[in-house]
Write a protein that binds this ligand. Structure first.
Ligand code: SF4
Length: 371
């Protein structure tokens, strides 16, 4: 499912494709580089800011491309270390982009590590039982330009007038493709967007600092293993046996663990990278000590890092987070095997940080306004 805008976003063009378009206009090859420099290095927000581009060409660009296909609707800053941007696209679809700061010991928040979590679809078709994004199903895929635009909107915050924005958001350390949507279900747009983020003429962001998180689309994991850019991979596992995983992740029916785990191994062997296993801990669903033992065996076999995430309550869903004691007992099973494990402490609860919640609330508010 795609949306065809009136004008394609400039943020979806590569140096190659833009050079070809400009060549048709009789422009020299270096012109595309100049324009992209305005977009990604100087972060021009209006065509007229591009002062070394002729007025005639600027008019053609404005008639041909959309400079920024996503408008910032809300910029919600939480009391802790997570911020959330709600963006509106040209067809009024809403997407979320989250900024997570991880403070470093002994230094102020301004020196924290910053991770940007981006979305790849509007809604999601994967229907994971615990997830707000999957509640209303898939509306459509994002284009490459819309994916890239999320990062630019984060960069624009540098210009914000508050000291906090200037100090903290001048740069970021990691990108995780872990927001709304299943990234590998929108494979071509994802790879094009990441190529633009990675390229020296784009945002110049190293592939090793970009993590793609998937619910487990096996054929696409194998395809990703063949990509020359060495992105990192995270698997949303959330169940360490088929029985438990199937209850909360319908994708497990098509790609059970017997198919998924060998594909993950292929990826990590090919790229020589440690894969991350994401595991949302949900009370009485997947938080048993038996599950911890199964997870330990999987992680050991894959030489994987395990990221345990206590469940973030979603309005309208019955699931709960386990007690802190249970979370620690679960983590201890993995720690005892000397596996790299992180037990994440919640960030951003006060701004509906659970993936997809802010968007759902805003959609509901809009519906209420139009009845
Ligand atoms: S957890 Fe991810 S894959 Fe599953 S429904 Fe939510 S957005 Fe989709």
């Amino acid at each position: 499912m795609r949306f065809t805008p009136e004008k394609p976003p400039l943020t979806g063009e590569t140096l190659e494709t833009l050079t070809a378009r400009l060549k048709e206009q009789g422009e020299p090859a270096f012109r595309a580089q100049q324009i992209l420099e305005w977009v990604y290095k100087k972060r021009a927000r209006r065509w007229e800011d591009m002062t070394n581009i002729s007025k005639k060409l600027r008019t053609w660009l404005a008639d041909t491309f959309d400079l920024m296909p996503a408008n910032l609707l809300f910029d919600k800053q939480s009391q802790d270390v997570t911020d959330k941007l709600l963006l509106e696209l040209r067809d009024r679809s809403l997407i979320e982009t989250v900024i997570i700061r991880a403070p470093q010991e002994g230094v102020g928040l301004e020196h924290s590590r910053k991770t940007i979590c981006i979305s790849t679809q509007v809604g999601c078709a994967m229907a994971c039982a615990f997830c707000a994004s999957g509640l209303a199903g898939l509306k459509r895929d994002l284009s490459a330009g819309e994916i890239v635009a999320q990062l630019l909107q984060v960069c624009y915050r540098e210009d914000a007038s508050t000291q906090r924005a200037r100090d903290e958001l001048a740069s970021f350390d990691n990108i995780v493709v872990m927001g709304m949507g299943e990234p590998l279900a929108n494979y071509d747009a994802l790879i094009r967007a990441l190529t633009i983020l990675n390229a020296p003429w784009g945002l110049g962001f190293g592939a090793r600092r970009i993590t793609i998180s998937t619910s487990g689309l096996v054929p696409k994991i194998l395809k990703l293993a063949e990509e020359p850019m060495g992105f990192r991979l995270a698997i949303s596992l959330h169940g360490a046996t088929d029985e438990v995983r199937e209850k909360i992740m319908p994708v497990n029916k098509a790609f059970p663990l017997a198919k998924l785990l060998p594909a993950v191994k292929t990826f990590s062997e090919k790229h020589g990278r440690m894969v991350t296993l994401e595991f949302i801990l949900i009370e009485d669903v997947n938080d048993s000590i038996d599950q911890a033992g199964e997870l330990r065996d999987i992680a050991r076999d894959l030489h994987a890092h395990v990221n345990l995430i206590p469940y973030n309550t979603v309005e309208g869903l019955p699931w709960k987070r386990p007690s802190i004691e249970r979370q620690e007992e679960f983590a201890d099973v993995l720690r005892a095997a000397r596996l790299p494990v992180t037990l994440r402490r919640e960030k951003g609860h006060d701004i509906d940080a659970a993936c997809g919640q802010l968007r759902l609330k805003t959609e509901k508010d809009r519906e209420a306004l139009t009845v």
